[in-house]
Design a binder for this molecule. Structure first.
Ligand code: PGA
Length: 264
């Protein structure tokens, strides 16, 4: 049973109790759609329990995945978008293109993009703004490195990323944050429950102090080595409103184990 239920009540409340988003990163060709079909088959039941499932495949698969899963309850999204609406930006995709391809979400500011593409919080904020203007829900990623945590700076870094990356205005329920410690991504390492709880609490409080009741409605996902074994403990913590899942989302088996862990 979910311990924190808040389905579709007042506009200031969180839209669903839990949100599970698969981030396939640069993995998956057409064959991977079979995994998504299996995930989609579980999406309606999950939704009935106030758990929203979503997959963010590589951009090449987004339109196909959105078409294949339309009406199933499984939502889709992209892993990045450009801050500009159109123009001479070879290789990039705009938020409107993501929307046109059937996307509902777009991940912005993932630590791999911050590291590999030098994305600053200001750039991430501009991407989130572009996503909002296109009618998408941005999933704004933040998280500290191992060195920052060891130096006792984790909370300060994360809160400054939140401050710098989240745009000033967004619709109720129209923006999601993912706290992903960089050192936990793809490593099998997970912070202690106490550390996750403390960070989610701190992010929640900073959002409430900046945006008031609307800030309280922002869902805060945890990401970094989430799997079927640890999801039950992590996702029942206060202010952990779901998960952004990399490796374990690549197979239906791995992703649905996470779903089952939080349904218990
Ligand atoms: P992971 O990735 O679950 O493979 O650690 C999470 C993410 O980077 O979103």
């Amino acid at each position: 049973m979910l311990k924190r239920g808040c389905l579709l009540s007042s506009t200031m409340e969180k839209i669903v109790a839990k949100l599970l988003v698969g981030n396939w990163k640069m993995n998956g060709v057409k064959l991977a759609l079979q995994e998504a079909d299996l995930i989609a088959a579980a999406a309606k039941t999950a939704l009935g329990q106030s758990i929203q499932l979503a997959i963010c495949p590589p951009a090449t698969l987004l339109a196909r995945l959105s078409e294949a899963t339309a009406g199933t309850g499984l939502l889709t999204g992209a892993q990045d978008c450009h801050a500009k609406a159109s123009g001479a930006h070879t290789g990039d995709i705009s938020a409107a293109m993501v929307k046109d391809a059937g996307g509902h979400f777009v991940i912005v500011g993932h630590s791999e993009r911050r590291a590999d593409h030098g994305e600053s919080s200001e750039m991430v904020r501009n991407k989130a703004q572009a996503a909002l203007e296109a009618g998408l829900v941005p999933i704004v990623c933040v998280g500290e490195t191992r060195a920052e945590r060891e130096a006792g700076q984790a909370e300060a870094i994360v809160l400054s990323q939140v401050e710098g990356s989240v745009p000033e205005t967004f619709p109720d329920g129209g923006l999601v944050i993912a706290y992903e410690p960089v050192w936990a991504i793809g490593t099998g390492l997970v912070p202690s429950a106490a550390d996750v709880l403390a960070m989610h609490q701190a992010v929640h409080e900073s959002l409430v102090s900046r945006f008031g009741a609307k800030g309280a409605s922002i869902q805060i996902l945890y990401g970094g080595s989430v799997n079927g074994q640890n999801a039950g403990d992590l996702l029942h913590l206060a202010h952990v409103d779901g998960a952004l899942v990399g490796g374990a989302s690549l197979t239906a088996d791995g992703f649905l184990k996470i779903l089952h862990a939080i349904q218990e």
